[in-house]
Design a protein around this ligand. Structure first.
Ligand code: AMP
Length: 432
């Protein structure tokens, strides 16, 4: 049997790969408009970076790809990037506030299904060094604005506050008490979750657990005054920007380091089980957990693969057009096509060509398939005259029916002539 990509991973071929790249470029533009600079960090870290921040979570305890390198260092492929960025922050101590964006693959040993992979892509942003609720509003607005720019309309923003560290701990203990008392009614996996982290039971989708959840204590009753105030300011900030949101008191995030604000973006265009396109929140304890000074932070990550699935479901953000502008058809052997195609490419013109000395008919078919607007024909005649024949392809522009309309252009002027035609075609295309 021939080798396949590992389970849960996939090859992203063109044009989908161009679409993923366009998504990243669109995110980069949105993040840089708001003053975030890109950080490119290693895809693997010392395992402690993740263990210190999320020991009680599935992501760290069960789903991490870990290995020893030939120097016997215990390493892990990153399952997410916030911990890596906090590690980078502690290592480099950039001036505050530090506003960073990132993109790239993450790795989690999860059960693969539609929209859930073992290698998936995220874009995200983090703001270190401010506990101002306006910072929370800024990062949520960035995530929201970017998703809207992709053309997503069926988005749902859900927000919650987990309170300060001590609020969260008291709440966790109260939840644990409550669930212990009703442990017999929980599902078997629910009881296991309770043992590891009672907060995680809040987002269980199992009917038995949900029935028990209905009477569970709610976080609001455990917020201290400043956490209450902070959350109020975040909500008013979102309202002032006209960003619609819902409050879900049961929203907890997969990682343990969140304090105060937590949020999630879901797409109603996606199947319910995998409808989260991203999420984030405030993680004021994270930098200190990694050995740095107490530094507040807030950020988010969005799943690029999921975002593109949501775009498919809403029929938006198509792959950028990959069609050639020109296809060079050379019946003199192919060397002339190399020269002309390279010259055109040098002038920024997308030029295709055929190989293997194929017949004129076969090359014209390839030209058609390439989507090129013009064919440039080089036969012995043109070769001798130092010219090429320029022909507008069928189905393009005014020459739709006149396949035979072609004219000679001097070889030395080909790039300039095509550039002129492209400019004219663009002006025509953008005319009202
Ligand atoms: P998280 O880091 O778990 O908050 O995830 C943020 C976003 O990344 C999620 O909302 C998903 O869109 C995406 N994501 C997380 N895990 C996966 C996965 N295994 N496959 C595809 N996308 C994922």
């Amino acid at each position: 049997m021939s080798p396949q990509a590992p389970r849960g991973t996939r090859d992203i071929l063109a044009p989908e790969s161009a679409r993923l790249r366009a998504l990243v470029e669109s995110f980069a533009a949105a993040a840089e408009l708001a003053g975030y600079g890109q950080v490119v960090s290693p895809m693997f870290e010392q395992i402690e970076v993740f263990q210190r921040v999320g020991e009680a979570t599935d992501i760290v305890s069960k789903e991490m790809y870990q290995f020893r390198d030939p120097g016997d260092r215990h390493l892990a492929l990153r399952p997410e990037l916030t911990a890596s960025l906090a590690r980078a922050f502690v290592q480099h101590r950039p001036p505050l506030p530090w506003k960073a964006w990132y993109e790239g693959p993450q790795f989690r040993y999860e059960k693969p299904q539609a929209g859930r992979f073992r290698q998936f892509h995220q874009v995200g942003a983090e703001l270190f060094g401010s506990d101002d609720p306006q910072a929370d509003v800024e990062v949520i607005a960035l995530a929201w604005r970017f998703c809207r720019r992709l053309g997503l309309g069926e988005l749902r923003l859900v927000v919650n506050s987990l309170g300060d560290r001590s609020d969260r701990e008291t709440y966790r203990a109260a939840l644990s008490d409550y669930f212990q008392r009703r442990a017999g009614e929980l599902s078997a996996p629910g009881r296991e979750t309770l043992r590891r982290n009672p907060l995680r039971l809040l987002d269980s989708r199992r009917p038995e657990d949900r029935a028990v959840l209905a009477g569970a204590p709610v976080i609001d009753d455990y917020w201290c005054e400043s956490a209450t105030e902070h959350f109020g300011a975040v909500r008013s900030g979102l309202e002032a920007l006209g960003i619609p949101f819902e409050r879900d008191p049961r929203l907890v995030r997969g990682l343990d380091y969140y304090r105060r604000t937590a949020f999630e973006l879901a797409s109603d265009a996606l199947d319910g089980a995998q409808d989260a396109v991203g999420g984030g929140g405030r993680y004021d304890g994270l930098v200190a957990d990694l050995g740095g000074p107490e530094t507040p932070g807030v950020g988010f990550a969005l799943g690029s693969d999921r975002l593109l699935l949501a775009c498919d479901a809403e029929g938006t953000f198509p792959a950028p057009a990959a069609a050639a502008d020109v296809f060079v058809v050379d019946t003199t052997g192919g060397a002339a096509a190399t020269l002309v195609a390279e010259e055109l490419r040098g002038a920024g013109i997308r030029a295709g060509r055929a190989f293997d000395g194929r017949s004129m008919k076969a090359q014209m078919k390839a030209a058609d398939r390439s989507g090129a607007r013009w064919a440039l024909l080089i036969g012995p005649d043109e070769q001798d005259a130092g010219e090429v024949s320029l022909r507008e392809m069928r189905g393009h522009g005014a020459a739709a029916s006149a396949e035979s309309v072609q004219r000679r252009v001097r070889r030395a002027e080909v790039a300039a002539e095509i550039t002129r035609l492209l400019v004219a075609a663009a002006a025509e295309g953008s005319a009202p």
